[in-house]
Design a protein around this ligand. Structure first.
Ligand code: GAR
Length: 190
């Protein structure tokens, strides 16, 4: 018997390369998950176009998402849709503990540094300036504290002496795009 694919919601704010990588993998017959919902806090996020092109339902959340009632509404929608995991993929808003509570241990995030180093923004710039030998990316559970939840997987990327911000970002992003689908499949399986 073929098992039904686990439904995933992806939260984005921008270009959506990680979303695209997750979708590409999900299109494979053997993949155990499918992206059922894409949510953006930015109306013009390029990732929304990727979602629509792949016939995935999208939703834009606005300032009103700050209200608990709106958070509850979205949580209810996702629960009714039987969403198994929420993947944050370049989602640049902090989710409230109230919202997190609806999906305990079921919200994960990808971050462009080797956590616990360089939480927050401008990770590559800070890693280069600190003359780190390595940077990379980390996938972790989302908790109340920013970029501090339990780590699920990391991928190291070497920083070269002549690296520019752009070059490093590109190399790390390439690894993010490989790592995220693999980790999600593993989580769904477990
Ligand atoms: C990625 O590098 C992701 O790790 C980062 O935003 C980028 C989104 O790219 N996320 C964060 O910094 C979250 N703290 P994408 O829109 O092409 O997936």
């Amino acid at each position: 018997m073929i098992k039904e694919k686990a439904k995933i919601a992806v939260f984005i704010s921008g270009r959506g390369t990680n979303l695209k990588a997750l979708i590409l993998r999900s299109n494979k017959k053997t993949c155990n998950y499918k992206i059922a919902y894409v949510i953006s806090n930015k109306r013009n996020a390029a990732g929304l176009k990727i979602a629509k092109k792949n016939q995935i339902i999208t939703k834009v959340i606005s300032q009103s998402f700050l209200k608990k009632i709106e958070q509850k509404k979205l949580a209810k929608i996702l629960i009714n849709k039987n969403i198994k995991f929420i993947c944050l993929a370049g989602f640049m808003k902090i989710l409230s503990p109230y919202f997190l509570n609806f999906f305990k241990n079921r919200i994960i995030n990808i971050h462009p540094s080797l956590l616990p180093k360089y939480k927050g923004l401008n990770t590559h710039k800070r890693a280069i300036e600190a003359k780190e030998k390595f940077s990379g990316c980390t996938i972790h559970y989302v908790s109340k504290k920013l970029d501090s939840g339990k780590i699920i997987a990391k991928k190291k990327v070497k920083i070269f002496k002549k690296d520019t911000l752009k070059k490093l970002e590109k190399r790390v992003l390439k690894e993010e795009n490989k790592l995220y689908p693999l980790v999600l499949e593993k989580l769904v399986r477990s």
